[in-house]
Design a protein around this ligand. Structure first.
Ligand code: ZN
Ligand code: ZN
Length: 788
């Protein structure tokens, strides 16, 4: 006898109470596509004997679920539990509505995506090798035993290998490899951990490694021998260029002083601290202080470089990091790294494989051509890296992680906003530490760290990257956001996109807006921007600003009193320039260079050059008025004898932070100048006088540095208090490059909280200029929404 559907349902009711059968429609939003979410939903529904279906739509994942109410409730709990949700999924919201029961539905299926269009790109981030894959890699019985490219749905490369959408294997650099039967079976099995994992491969069908000399001549090809020989070279102090996930690293033994020094010499002009890699947390703990928070970050799926306080008497050789108080450490994140370290390697310097400030190198031929003079050997592979992606850098501020460089592991994960952008947006970013940002629907999609645009190679990379990400996310910008500064290359590029609406966003407003965007609030807040330089609405170069800012607008409530800088761009490199500017400001007409000869000679030994600069001040040739705080750090560092030149951005300020004596509560004095209908001015002249006095009295530089930092924290607190009194606001947003300084930011955050302020700080994007594009995009999205 064949039952019709009604009868079928009635039959079921004999066994279970019909009142308990419900049907729910569930909309799950967040990072739920391209992370193995639908198979996980299918698995749990199947186990709980629930019927219905799941599919991707433009907002996330839609699930319809039918069965006993209790089981539906259990499903929702399990789906969101850490143990059952796919490791890479991030559920932002989960809305459930009751809908009518469908009769005669007896199974749970995965449906094709909504034809209305899939969500924004399904391309996810590059993820460190997961525990399951590592277990298989060391299992002699597994067919991927010792395979350097093992991966699954929960780990492996994504963004770095994608050429185009849709995100299928044919559109990745893995298209060059045809899957063997074993891999293909796993790839198409919905219950398998490798279901639709696009880079799936094994030793039979996938990419291979080889070791070459610095001319590209193959030394070894057999996997085990390549690994053993590479480890042997590294142990012997050789420099090896190793191709990883997002590009090449230059690797060298971090405990071998001669070897590290050789790397520095060969890399020339490179004064930046080198990052290091180890294969376990215990090893890192031998050299650095690892907090619980830092440990979680190091072991996390993004596997960033984490800045950690140095331990005393660490055996890491000094040339790895000079004049900074921290080490940058990361754990292995690719199978190849683990295989290498298994050969008894201790700690490796793993610095970006590039020439000075050029983009990271990711192609084999280019690596040989550009790094051939630096590396003794090359460990390469034939899986093409389509997008170069640097290692991300994170540090801990006020007890929480904050990104300093946002790249591998974090990009292209979007930042979600509450309301849709009315129109697609492109934000061009800033010129230093550039990132750019697209706005589409309810997402702001920031690019990875691009670099300093003044380098021609970086600029070309910027233009290419814009087009790549635009395609991946199918963005058609109608609105452009950029900096006010017409001299910025990013602004010039934005203005060259004709026919589109342009919104210019002042630099420090963008900084504060980036915090608002991250936290999902519109403001107004008290925005404290402590920064190097950014173009102001009055034509001066702003830097230390107190803005009453929302996404709609900002008002300049206060700022550091202007001082003069001579020499344009050189002022951010040569410390003598801000030193002279500060002394002129402090002593006015009493400033007699002879009186300060003892101080100035050590910073700029050539009297002739000093004379020329002073004349520039007198005649106001190529001088600008500025409220830059970054330059004050340069000046103080130079006066304390810590160096006279920034070979890389913030080198002198970092040296100044590194020497702070830990237990000093004293500080220098500051004043405020209030004039009617003018912003409040922070006056640091007293500080400068007291500081110079301390130098003359030979007070320890460590104490002077502490008193200087403490003075700034107290001054910024006072600025916030004045703003609170006047504007009746209680939330402070901190942003700007100077807040990369951990001591200052921690101290200020503590002071603000003690004074009952609510404190917001950049976490998801850098507080330096790497976060500017997000702020620009957020301002533009808000203006478009409310003015169209
Ligand atoms: Zn895996
Ligand atoms: Zn295979």
């Amino acid at each position: 006898m064949k039952l019709d559907s009604t009868q079928n349902l009635l039959m079921n009711c004999v066994f279970r109470n019909i009142d308990l059968v419900k049907r729910h429609k569930i909309l799950v939003a967040g990072r739920v596509q391209g992370v193995g979410f639908r198979p996980a939903v299918h698995g749990i529904a199947h186990q709980l004997e629930l019927s219905g279906f799941v599919y991707n739509d433009t907002k996330g994942v839609i699930i319809e679920l039918q069965g006993e109410e209790e089981k539906i409730a259990e499903f929702l709990v399990r789906l969101q539990s850490e143990s059952e949700k796919p490791p890479l999924a991030e559920i932002k919201s989960c809305e459930t509505i009751d809908i009518a029961v469908i009769e005669a539905e007896d199974k749970f299926t995965i449906k094709a995506s909504d034809s209305q269009g899939t969500a924004l790109s399904q391309v996810t981030t590059d993820i460190a090798t997961c525990r399951d894959c590592l277990t298989e890699m060391v299992d002699k019985n597994d067919f991927r035993y010792g395979y350097p490219f093992i991966n699954c749905t929960n780990c492996g490369p994504r963004y770095s290998i994608v050429k185009n959408i849709p995100y299928d294997r044919t559109n990745t650099t893995m298209s060059a490899f045809e899957m063997c039967d074993k891999c293909a079976a796993q790839y198409s099995d919905i219950t398998d951990r490798r279901f639709h994992a696009q880079p799936v491969a094994c030793g039979v069908c996938g990419p291979e490694i080889r070791l070459t000399d610095n001319k590209g001549k193959t030394i070894e090809m057999q996997t085990e021998k390549v690994i053993a020989e590479t480890a042997h070279l590294l142990s012997a102090g050789k420099i090896v260029a190793i191709k990883g996930i997002g590009g090449f690293h230059l690797a060298v033994d971090a405990l071998n002083n001669e070897a590290v020094k050789r790397l520095r010499e060969r890399k020339r002009r490179d004064h930046k601290p080198f990052a290091m890699m180890a294969d376990c947390i215990e090893k890192i703990k031998q050299y650095a202080i690892v907090s619980e928070q830092a440990e979680r970050l190091l072991k996390g799926p993004q596997s960033p470089i984490v800045l950690l306080p140095k331990k005393k008497n660490s055996s890491i050789v000094p040339s790895v990091t000079e004049r900074v108080g921290t080490y940058g450490f990361m754990l292995c994140y690719a199978p190849l790294h683990y295989l290498l370290f298994a050969q008894k390697l201790k700690v490796l310097v793993m610095t970006s494989g590039n020439i000075s400030d050029e983009p990271l190198i990711c192609k084999n031929e280019q690596a040989l051509e550009k790094l051939g003079d630096i590396a003794d050997a090359f460990l390469m592979h034939d899986r093409e890296i389509y997008r170069q992606v640097d290692d991300s850098i994170v540090h801990i501020i006020d007890g929480e992680p904050a990104l300093l460089r946002r790249a591998r592991g974090y990009v292209p994960a979007p930042i979600f906003i509450k309301e849709d952008c009315g129109q697609d947006i492109f934000a061009a970013g800033a010129d230093l530490k550039n990132t750019f940002c697209f706005g589409k629907q309810n997402q702001l999609i920031c690019s990875e760290h691009i670099g300093d645009l003044e380098d021609a190679e970086v600029y070309r990379h910027y233009i290419d990257s814009i087009e790549h990400i635009r395609k991946l996310f199918e963005v058609e910008p109608k609105v452009i956001a950029c900096d006010l500064h017409l001299g910025y290359l990013s602004t010039q590029y934005a203005l060259s996109l004709s026919g589109l609406r342009v919104i210019e966003v002042q630099h420090h407003w963008a900084h504060i807006a980036s915090v608002l965007a991250e936290k999902g609030i519109a403001g107004p807040v008290i925005g404290l921007a402590a920064d190097g330089t950014g173009y102001g609405t009055d034509g001066a170069i702003w830097g230390c600003e107190c803005l009453i800012a929302s996404l709609d607008d900002f008002e300049r409530f206060g700022h550091l009193a202007y001082y003069a800088l001579a020499g344009g761009d050189r002022a951010s490199k040569e410390a003598i320039r801000p030193v002279l500017g500060l002394l002129k400001k402090t002593y006015g007409n009493d400033f007699k260079p002879d009186r300060f000869g003892w101080l100035l000679e050590q910073i700029e030994p050539e009297a002739n050059r000093r004379e020329i600069m002073l004349e520039q001040f007198e005649k106001q040739i190529n001088t600008v008025e500025t409220s830059s705080l970054g330059r004050i750090f340069d000046a103080v560092a130079a006066m304390l004898g810590l160096g006279t030149y920034n070979h890389f951005e913030a080198q002198l300020p970092m040296a100044l932070e590194a020497i702070i004596a830990g237990d000093v509560e004293e500080r220098y004095d500051f004043e405020f100048i209030a004039q009617p209908s003018e912003p409040l001015q922070l006056d640091l002249r007293k500080m400068v006088k007291q500081l110079i006095c301390d130098i003359q009295e030979k007070l320890s530089v460590n104490v002077i540095s502490a008193k200087f930092h403490n003075c700034l924290a107290a001054a910024l607190l006072e600025m916030a208090k004045q703003a609170r009194k006047s504007k009746k606001l209680n939330t402070v947003a901190l942003s700007g490059g100077v807040f990369c300084n951990q001591y200052l930011t921690n101290r200020l955050a503590k002071l603000l909280k003690k004074n009952n302020f609510r404190v917001l700080f950049n976490r998801d994007v850098p507080s330096n200029d790497g976060g500017i594009s997000l702020g620009q995009a957020a301002v533009a999205a808000n203006l478009v929404k409310h003015q169209v």
